[in-house]
Design a protein around this ligand. Structure first.
Ligand code: ME8
Length: 507
C-alpha cells in the first residue's frame, strides 16, 4: 500500500485562528482526502505550537499562567479543525508529555553526534517571528531596526547552545540538487538555494532569559529554542524515538505544507537537524502564497483579521473551501474579499455546478420518473462522458504538484462542457421528438454528475456526499477505483429528490 504523511504547520497559540491558518489546513486536508480516495495509507497531522516567548508574553498579557492559557487557545484550533471538517488523524500539542520526551531525545542525539556546543549569542531577535536575524536582513526605520515585514526586533545577549548548521551547507545543496521537487513551487526553491549558497551561520538553539519551554537536558536555566521544539512535532507524531518500521516508511513519504513565511525553517534548518540526528529529511515541502484582505496585509494591529468561523457560518464550509482553493494560483498570493467570494459562489457553484445538477435531475424526474433512464454500459460512443472518464488523470497530475486551483479548473471545464451539452441538445425540446435520444443525453449527464460527485469529495466533502446520496451511490463505490465505465449507473436506478446545494448571494 502506498503511504503519505501530510502535515500542516503547528499554529502558535498566542492568538485565535485566522483565515491563513484555515487555508493551510484546508489545502492539506484536500490533499490527504485526495490520496485516501486512491487507497493510500494516509496520515494527516495538525496541531498547536505552545512554547516560546511569544506565547509566554501573550499569557502574561491575559493575566493567565502559560499552561492555562495554551489549554484555552489550543481548544480554538481544535474546534477550527472540526468546523473545517478536517480529516486529520492526530492533533499534536507541544506541551504534551509524548512531545517533551521526543524533543529531549532528539536533543540528546544531536549532542551525542557532536552537533551542539555552548557559546554566547549576541544579536537581533524578533519575538513575533521567534527568529534570530542578522543585521543585513533588517531595515532601519526611525533610528531602529525592523524586519522586512515591519516587525520589531530586540537585542539579545545571552549564553546559548548552538547547532553546527554551517557544516551542513554542502549536504543541503546536494539535497536540493538531487531532489528536484523537494521544495515546491520552483521559484521558492531558488530562494532557498541562494540563501544556503550565501553561507550558513551556526544556529542558536537555546534561550536563558525566560522559562516557558522544554528544558535543555542536564542544565538549569536553558530552554530549547521554540523552533527546534516545534519542528520535532512531525516526528513525535510518528512515535519518535520509538519510531517503528511503519513510522519510518511514513516518514519517507512525508510532505510538509506550509506558508512561504516559514520556508527557511523547514527547508534549511529542519533537514540539517534531521541529518544531524541520523534521520532522513522530509520528502517534500510545499510553500503556498499569502492572503491579504482587500489588498492589505492581514494583521491584528490593522484590525482586519478574518475569522474563519464567522465566514463559514455566513457562507457555508464548502463554499469557503472552494473559494480558498480556487482563488490562489500555486505559489502566488491571493486577495480575500466578500465580493470575490460571492462572485465565485454565484458563478461557479450556483450557476455552473448547482444549476447543472438541478436542471438535469428535474428534467429526468419529469420525463423518466426520476430513474436512471438508459443502459449506457454497451455504449461505445460517448459524447461528453469520454472526456469525463479522463478527468481524474488530469486532476491527479495537478494535485501531485499541489496545483489545487488548476485541478479545480479542470473539473470546472468539464462542468462547462456539460452545461453546453444540455444547451445544445435541448432535452426539453428533444423529448417531444425522440424519447430514446433524450434518455441517452440525460444518462450521460447524470453519469457525469456521478463522476463529479466522486472527484469533488476531497475539495467539498459535504456537498459531494449530498450529490452522491442523491444519485443513490453506495458508500463503498465512492473511491477513485469507481471512477470508470465499469461502475456506470444502472438503468432503472431510482434517484432521490434533488435539493438546492448552493444558494445565490446578492452582491
Ligand atoms: O509560524 N496567508 O505558526 P503561525 C496564508 N508555529 N497563510 C497564512 C497567513 C496568511 N496571511 N497567515 C498565516 C508558526 N498563515 C509556527 C509554525 S511549524 C513546525 C511551526 C499560515 O501560527 C501559513 O501556513 O504563525 C503560515 O506558515 C502559518 O499559518 C503560520 O502560523
Amino acid at each position: 500500500m502506498k503511504e503519505l504523511y501530510i502535515t500542516t504547520p503547528i499554529y502558535y497559540v498566542n492568538d485565535i485562528p485566522h483565515i491563513g491558518h484555515a487555508y493551510t489546513s484546508i489545502i492539506s486536508d484536500t490533499i490527504a482526502r485526495f490520496f485516501k480516495l486512491y487507497n493510500y495509507d494516509v496520515k494527516f497531522l495538525t496541531g498547536t505550537d505552545e512554547h516560546g516567548l511569544k506565547v509566554e508574553k501573550a499569557a502574561r498579557k491575559n493575566n493567565s499562567n502559560p499552561q492555562e492559557y495554551v489549554d484555552m487557545i489550543s481548544k480554538n484550533f481544535l474546534n477550527l479543525s472540526e468546523i473545517l471538517n478536517l480529516s486529520n488523524d492526530d492533533f499534536i500539542r507541544t506541551t504534551e508529555l509524548r512531545h517533551k520526551e521526543s524533543v529531549k531525545f532528539f536533543w540528546e542525539k544531536l549532542v551525542k553526534n557532536n552537533q551542539v556546543y555552548l557559546d554566547k549569542y549576541e544579536g537581533w531577535y524578533s519575538i513575533k517571528d521567534e527568529t534570530f536575524y542578522q543585521e543585513k536582513e533588517l531595515m532601519k526605520k526611525n533610528g531602529s531596526f525592523e524586519t522586512i515585514d515591519g516587525e520589531k526586533v530586540e537585542w539579545v545577549k545571552e549564553e546559548s547552545y548552538f547547532f553546527k548548521l554551517s557544516r551542513w551547507q554542502n549536504k543541503l545543496l546536494e539535497l536540493y540538487e538531487t531532489n528536484e521537487n523537494f521544495i515546491l513551487p520552483k521559484s521558492r526553491k531558488n530562494e532557498v538555494v541562494s540563501f544556503v549558497k550565501n553561507g550558513l551561520k551556526d544556529l542558536s538553539i537555546s534561550r536563558t532569559s525566560f522559562s516557558w519551554g522544554i528544558k535543555v537536558p542536564d542544565t538549569d536555566n536553558h530552554v530549547i529554542y521554540v523552533w527546534i521544539d516545534a519542528l520535532a512535532n512531525y516526528i513525535t507524531s510518528l512515535d519518535y524515538p520509538n519510531i517503528n518500521k511503519h513510522g519510518l516508511s511514513m516518514w519517507k513519504n512525508s510532505i510538509h505544507i506550509i506558508g512561504k513565511d516559514i520556508l527557511k525553517f523547514h527547508a534549511v534548518y529542519w533537514p540539517a537537524l534531521l541529518m544531524g540526528a541520523n534521520l532522513d529529511p522530509p520528502k517534500q515541502i510545499f510553500a503556498h502564497g499569502w492572503w491579504t484582505n482587500e489588498g492589505k496585509k492581514i494583521s491584528k494591529s490593522l484590525g482586519n483579521t478574518i475569522d474563519p468561523l464567522e465566514i463559514v457560518k455566513k457562507f457555508g464550509l464548502d463554499q469557503i473551501r472552494y473559494f480558498l482553493l480556487r482563488e490562489i494560483t500555486l505559489g502566488q498570493d491571493g486577495d480575500f474579499s466578500e465580493k470575490a467570494l460571492i462572485s465565485r459562489i454565484n458563478a461557479d457553484l450556483s450557476n455552473n455546478l448547482g444549476n447543472l445538477i438541478q436542471r438535469t435531475l428535474k428534467l429526468n424526474d419529469k420525463y423518466f420518473e426520476n430513474k436512471f433512464p438508459f443502459d449506457l454500459s454497451d455504449n461505445q460512443k460517448f459524447k461528453v462522458l469520454e472526456y469525463g472518464y479522463k478527468l481524474l488523470d488530469e486532476v491527479e497530475s495537478n494535485m501531485r504538484l499541489f496545483q489545487v486551483n488548476k485541478a479545480l479548473e479542470n473539473i470546472w471545464n468539464f462542468i462547462s462542457k456539460l452545461n453546453q451539452y444540455i444547451d445544445k441538445t435541448e432535452p426539453w425540446k428533444l423529448f417531444k421528438e425522440n424519447k430514446d435520444e433524450t434518455a441517452i443525453v440525460l444518462s450521460e449527464i447524470i453519469e457525469s454528475i456521478r463522476l463529479l460527485g466522486i472527484i469533488l469529495q476531497p475539495f467539498m466533502p459535504d456537498s459531494s456526499s449530498k450529490i452522491l446520496d442523491t444519485l443513490n451511490i453506495n458508500k463503498k463505490h465512492r473511491g477513485f477505483d469507481s471512477f470508470n465505465k465499469h461502475n456506470i449507473i444502472k438503468k432503472g436506478t431510482k434517484l432521490k429528490e434533488v435539493k438546492q446545494l448552493f444558494p445565490r448571494y446578492n452582491v
